[in-house]
Design a protein around this ligand. Sequence first.
Ligand code: FNR
Length: 184
Amino acid sequence: MSASTNVALIIGSLREASINRKFAEFIVSQLPDNVTATEVHIADLPLYNQDYDDQAIDSYERVRQQLKSAEAVLIVTPEHNRTMPAALKNVIDIASRPYKESVWEGKKVAVVTASPGTYGGRVSGLDVRKSMQMLSAQMMISPEVYLGHATDSLNEDGSVSERTQKFLQKFVDEFVVFAGNTGA
Ligand code: FNR
């Protein structure tokens, strides 16, 4: 086990007031000191095009390197039209190529979704899991976290409600173990 664990954080929403960002910030705030989370910014990534595979695109190299060097990846994302947002799919595609240079193979990946709607964006989460299975990533299986009616889980100041904090803590504890940090 390494002394410290690097987690790459991907937030599937580009929206400034994203509720998913608020839940991600809470999760990150609960990580122990020896687990460091660094956001992989995805807003500036050109739409993936296979023609770029033999070109050096700075933003592509940046995210590939960030993901490659992380022991685990945490994705916190909304659902857009019953699947993952295009910006999230884009970074998954970028990091899966060039052929045979995918960063996802064997990578530990966990996903959390949140939506103001009843179903919590779960199809988005399940679609992330589907892509990760195809890419031979090592997906965290449980607990599954799809936060429904998620705006009700936020206080007026944007902080996470106590009830949802308790629920998310179970995820955090499992994620820390999954990411390779048992605290031993
Ligand atoms: C949505 N939203 C949405 N919600 C959901 O539960 N299932 C869905 O399929 C969709 N589809 C969808 C498409 C598009 C284009 C937008 C902009 C929104 C609503 C979505 O959950 C809501 O806007 C969340 O607040 C988005 O999360 P962030 O951006 O606040 O993190």
